[in-house]
Ligand binder design. Sequence first.
Ligand SMILES: N[C@@H](CCC(=O)N[C@@H](CS)C(=O)NCC(=O)O)C(=O)O
Length: 308
Amino acid sequence: MNSLAFPRYSSPVTRSSSSSPTSPPPVLSAHIKVPPISRRAASRHLRVAKNLSRTVAMAAVAPASSAKEVLPPSLTSSSEPPPLFDGTTRLYVAYHCPYAQRTWITRNYKGLQDKIKIVGIDLADRPAWYKEKVYPENKVPSLEHNNQVKGESLDLVKYIDTNFEGVALLPDDSEKKQFAEELITYTDAFNQALYSSIVSKEDVSAEAVAALDKIEADLAKFNDGPFFLGQFSLVDIAYVPFIERFQIFFSDIKKYDITKGRPYLQKFIEEVNKIDAYAETKQDPQFLLEHTKKRLGVRHLQLSAWSV
Ligand SMILES: N[C@@H](CCC(=O)N[C@@H](CS)C(=O)NCC(=O)O)C(=O)O
């Protein structure tokens, strides 16, 4: 079965055959600051990384291919701003941000690598000019286009789909379009249910299980492909950065495999990882795990060897 029944855009930028989804992309290791760790902690990290890479083995099926886009280092408080409003279209992202990832996948999938320049922002050491001159909300993602700056990832995914060339990310079929709107509206509730369960000291919550069961049923609705609307669409883009993270976080923190007993979700993950436009945006699972544990305050749970 061809899982991509829409005209499939063949990205000029493909995943490097030498890079593994479990190791940081080379350009990222240059700007993600990793504190020095002891030899013991390092070997523990390695052990856990091996387990984790087995756990997320499904997420490691990106095809071998050629050159990978070289991403610019993230800009910090000491970086000069780019020459703003000079006619260049810029997508401001933080490489680890799931909201920004939505817009980044959209740009890649539509083949807009030459039309939309990625600008990495270091959120932990944010340049003051970003808030003052670019995006007063001071969040990522934002898009500088036609002398305006717009934000909100779901709006931006639709905006890029509508205002730029490349394969359409929504089908014409009215039933699918309506379902797409329902699914997009549900993303916040889905994320909320799963994140609340992660931070809770209890087992996986009934709400998280119900939310996962709901998307399993949603994925089963159309049988012309493994994605939410059958073929790959902006609905998949809305969910996949979060599904990627929840698979990692639930496995490590809750010892819970979100795909177990959910064959449609399992197939979705397998197939989406074959799409370069997405695979190229994935970050090191260990980094995502540590970063999120710190941010959500789950470090104290001491549920895994990551809590060093
Ligand atoms: N609703 C926004 C959320 C964006 C967002 O919260 N981004 C985070 C990074 S993942 C951010 O910029 N946080 C900075 C802050 O809140 O100060 C969207 O969908 O774009």
